[in-house]
Ligand binder design. Sequence first.
Ligand code: MN
Length: 735
Amino acid sequence: MSQEHTSDTNPNRIVPLEEIISHATRYHPRDDMEIISRAYSYAQQAHAGQVRMSGEPYFSHPTNVALILADIMMDPATIAAGLLHDTVEDVEGVTGETIEKLFTPEISQMVDGVTKLSHVDFFSKHQQKTESIRKMFMAMAKEIRVVLIKLADRLHNMRTLDTQKPQRRQDIAQETLDIYAPLAHRLGVYAIKSELEDLCLKYLDPAEYLLIKQKADENAQAQQTLISDIKTDLKASLDAEGLSGYEISGRIKHAYSIYRKMKAQKKTYEQILDLVAVRVVVKQLSDCYSVLGIVHSIWKPMPDRIKDYIHSPKYGIYQSLHTTVIDKSGQIFEVQIRTFEMHENAEYGIAAHWRYKEGRAADELDDKLSWLRRIIDWSSETGDADEFSTFLRTDLFQDDVYVFTPAGDIFSLPKGATPIDFAYRIHTAVGNRCVGARVDRKMVPLSTKLESGNLVEIITSAASKGPSLDWLNIVVTGEAKAKIRSFLKNASKDENLARGRDMIERELKRMGLNYVDLFKTEFLETLYRRYSLSGLDDLYVTVGFGGLSAPQIINRLNDEYRKSVKQEAKPIDTLPEKAPVKSRTHTTQGVEVEGDAGMLVRFARCCNPLPGDKIVGYVTNGRGVSIHRADCVNMLDGTVEPGRMVKVNWSDEGKSSYEAEIQVRGYDKVGLLGDLSNLFANLEVPLLAVSARSLKNGTTQINLTLEIKDTGQLDKVIRQLQKRSDIIEVFRTGM
Ligand code: MN
């Protein structure tokens, strides 16, 4: 962490009381510092005569811990607890009661928490280790300041790690990198996190650490010049725009973040381009965005490197605008923009909270720590140590979710997991009989994405018929997928056959396609060959147990169907149908209808026929004629009475525009809808209605109603849409 407040950087010195108080006063000017003075004297006496491994007086350690706490803005009580944190553990005759009597219950509790945590050894045997980590979470749950003291304690121990034996150094550094640095990160205490990481690197990969340090020293001059040039340019522009009260600072990336980048991107030091970062801290929120605009007017922003953590704070704490820009000479650097308040939160994370403790809403901290709050709700007695350890590895340190059973067991699942994944994780039988789920005591759809800390209850029923095939599209774990498939495959052939047929029928309806068109022998043959199926029953069975998906089958058949329609397209569209209309016809709304004049004509909404389509008329009960496409599903099903069909033809007179509906599936992209409406405007095709919905797989389905003259114009529109790379498929609906 930054040593800017500290004149003497020797980590083994005893920090004088006055120095601690002056640092504490900076952030808590109105607080009484008397408690710090008393704790200082008490700890000094208690540790009298004790020495550290280095031979230095033991008392140097608590005074340094207290100074670190003062510098991350902690309140006087925490600083006092920092001074006392090793007394109960290391001093004969000092107990929690002693501290409570001499100081306050609050301070005694914090000291007690830290003492308990000091027994935590993350490198003990597996079972004990997870138990230890759990203890830490429990301590955190009770009092988050305990963890901040522990972080300060660890930071000072890392600063003085040289005095430990080599193996012990490695262990402590590894533990720090695995547990404490991520914890500091997650709590938003960046100042501690980055110093911890650099110290860990020094002990875990000394060669790389030295190399980075050496390169950094070599480049320091050039980088400082770059920073000061950036600052000068930026200041000139900000002043010209009338901004005031801002602060610009520049820094060179800390060693570990360079190291991580080198490893992750397999680059050498020289290949890391953005070694320098500049930060602008402004008075108010609106200035942030003005500054961002100004920055982009001076330097060119790198695409996809603009991040707005103001609107979506990281971990609910960190707020800032980030942009990476490139200057004329090709130098790349990051600019961070934030307000002074955001800056304190960014540097000190939740620690900054104690600075404003009085003035703020009580539950603001709760909001910021909701992820922690969820762990607190978890009952400690019944947790499974293995799962808990999995949870730590997956959630705290990566981005998986962990959830709880009503009994307090914890399960970690990959991001995006649903109650079904959870059910199968508990037990295959629970998954197979799952009929519903409650999350945090509320009924939810089975497709709900679980979040860390959710309490998940699976509702099972002995009467359940077993997993539905749809589940295969919902679950994300391989385990659940395999178990669902295996269940379905083992179900009886008849069941699978019935289910498969049902799936296909439902999918056809959903896609607005027609069975008779698609399930022709010649199309099916292609499919049988492709998937080695023995026939239609086999196809249904395979779909029934999830070996093939219904959309997969239907899309294949539809492709075949379209190919064949295209081949036939010419003869159908041209003549034979148009010729033999009887003498008595009338023309209305652009359609020639056989029969009495005066019959109302309306265009069926199910298929929206267009000039160019083969059409039929159907006399409705109200004596009107509704015009359908000849291949409309509704004209092909069994309920149509042939006697009510009438011949109709397109005529050149009358109505000149018709409604057509198309469905577009595209990649979820902000602005796709806007782009589409521009495209239709350019094609001079009026857009009558539009609706869009996001699909589970990250794509968007958009249904559009267009005003169209004929099939030729519609084909043109569809071709235009098909050209776009962000559109996966386009088709006319009702076909
Ligand atoms: Mn300590």
